[in-house]
Write a protein that binds this ligand. Sequence first.
Ligand SMILES: Nc1ncnc2c1ncn2[C@@H]1O[C@H](COP(=O)(O)OP(=O)(O)OP(=O)(O)O)[C@@H](O)[C@H]1O
Ligand SMILES: [Mg+2]
Length: 238
Amino acid sequence: MRPRPPDREPFFHCVKIQWDQVESKDRFPFSIPAIQNIEVLDLHPAVTFLIGENGKGKSTLLEAIAVRLDFEATGGDAEANFGQRPLDGGLHDAIRIRSSNFRRPADRFFLRAETVFILATQLDRKARKDPQVLRRFGSQSLHNRSHGEAFLAIVQNLMKQESFFLLDEPEAALSPSRQLAVLKEIDWLVPAGCRFVIATHSPILLAYPDSRIYELGDHGVTEVKYEETEHYKLTRSS
Ligand SMILES: Nc1ncnc2c1ncn2[C@@H]1O[C@H](COP(=O)(O)OP(=O)(O)OP(=O)(O)O)[C@@H](O)[C@H]1O
Ligand SMILES: [Mg+2]
């Protein structure tokens, strides 16, 4: 049965950069043009996409949001603890995230390329005490799967209702049909109260309609419609 739709309160309303706390806009990451132009970024109640050419600052922004929310810089779930915190004085220190007083995520995940390895290792550690934790993964370590298979298994088995997700290029490991499987998962999780911020190059994921798309570029961050994105235009014309 499809989960009951919760109210449309997001967990986090907006991301703000406190420029009065930044010593110099000339040094990385404050020197990135898109980052320099952010004052406030309103998050969509369901899915917020970050798009843009390579090197425009998507991962930098996503990581800063993640670290601000106490994630490990290398990603993982709320329990991940590998001591991977970036140096003080970075974007994460200048960022403020306005959150709802009414809704708190039940769980949260920050998934980037290296996270699959980290989560697989974490699950193996837990499985040494309790082998049952691997049951939903066919009682096999995720290290025994391909990167794409392990990623999809994480998305399908670990992601829970009422959770908050930061995903950095989730498509990286996935074939088009598996990207569609992730899209289906998102479409299941949003009515189950989950909220997403996703940096992506995938025209497949971007097609998710209940979303807002921000494009990071040399002139700042612009909200764009799906049909206006290069991803859509290129896919349509080919
Ligand atoms: N530690 C660093 N020191 C200096 N510059 C950096 C550092 N890390 C990244 N950069 C630069 O910051 C810019 C933004 O990088 P970022 O990884 O956020 O881009 P991106 O939009 O995620 O790109 P992609 O689509 O390729 O993943 C790039 O020009 C990159 O070279
Ligand atoms: Mg990136």
